[in-house]
Design a protein around this ligand. Structure first.
Ligand code: B12
Length: 234
């Protein structure tokens, strides 16, 4: 099904996605998902990324900007539409498919969603999990947002790429609350606490940044901005 996989990926990129990959669902069955039977009979997960322009992050110094806030919403809407269109296209070809929204939080105590888009994107070969806990892509660094489509389509799965953070500590040093521990992982962190002082990050974003005028979302952008992979324009 290599031809069909290339055809679907080409279609999604043609709708202006930045990156597309396919993950095998089997290793993802270790994840906690919501509802617990979310993965059901799905065999593949399509990971879709859209890149946010460099200049939006370059304008951030110590807090998110109103422009970032507006474009964060635009990126989420774009991804939801891409995931929706992908699921419809796959179902037209006869394969049951479920789009997962970009930024829907289902549990606000545990701060978790239906499925971790980062885990899917990493297994789909889009990038590695960096010290900032985010997915870092070789092309756009961390300045990508992600969505997932679960599918029964017999797509050819991609493979994970190697972590390229090396000795870099720029995200750790830049975090305004010192939430990033600066610990590397060869594959992925077993828990968020392995990479972050998680509550410090959550408190800053939900308790302070989300309440700023013209922001309204728990966003930040500083650990995205300073990543050397995020700063190049290709
Ligand atoms: C809730 C949430 C938050 C919460 C909690 C953050 C957190 N770290 O969980 C708050 C509000 C604090 C937050 C903050 C931010 N968020 Co947020 N957030 C989410 C959301 C909606 C759910 C995350 C979730 O379910 N976490 C549950 C835990 C268990 O999973 P996890 O953190 O994803 O990571 C685990 C797995 O991925 C695992 N893993 C990785 N690979 C593999 C492979 C296998 C096989 C397995 C089993 C596991 C595994 O390792 C991790 C550690 O356990 C996601 C969207 C989504 N559906 O994924 C966006 C998301 C993670 N956020 C995102 C972003 C960008 C941010 C911010 C930078 C804010 C901003 N936009 O400016 C900060 C960054 C904080 C940080 N450094 O981590 C992006 C990340 C994009 C990227 N490039 O990685 C996402 C994916 C949204 C999107 N659609 O793109 N966020």
């Amino acid at each position: 099904m290599k031809g069909y996989t290339e055809q679907i990926k080409g279609k999604i990129l043609g709708w202006d996605a930045g990156l597309v990959g396919v993950a095998d669902v089997e290793p993802l069955r270790e994840l906690e998902v919501n509802p617990p039977d979310l993965l059901g009979g799905f065999t593949r997960a399509v990971s879709i990324a859209v890149q946010i322009p460099v200049s939006i992050f370059e304008a951030i110094s110590d807090k998110p900007t109103p422009i970032y806030s507006a474009m964060y919403e635009t990126a989420n809407n774009t991804l939801d539409k891409l995931a929706f269109q992908t699921a419809v296209a796959l179902e037209k070809d006869g394969f049951c498919s479920l789009p997962i929204p970009a930024s829907q939080v289902l549990d606000r105590e545990d701060w978790s969603a239906a499925i971790s888009h980062k885990a899917v994107a990493r297994m789909a070969g889009l990038g590695w999990q960096g010290k900032n806990l985010l997915l870092i892509t070789p092309e756009y660094g961390s300045r990508v947002r992600l969505a997932t489509v679960l599918t029964e389509a017999p797509l050819v799965a991609d493979v994970p790429v190697e972590n390229r953070c090396g000795e870099c500590m720029l995200c750790r040093d830049a975090c305004p609350v010192g939430a990033i521990k600066g610990i590397n992982t060869e594959d992925h962190y077993k828990s968020r606490e392995d990479a972050l002082y998680f509550n410090k990050c959550v408190e800053k974003l939900t308790g302070e940044f989300a309440k700023l005028p013209d922001i309204g979302f728990p966003i930040c952008g500083i650990c995205i901005k300073v990543c050397p992979f995020s700063r190049k324009i290709i």
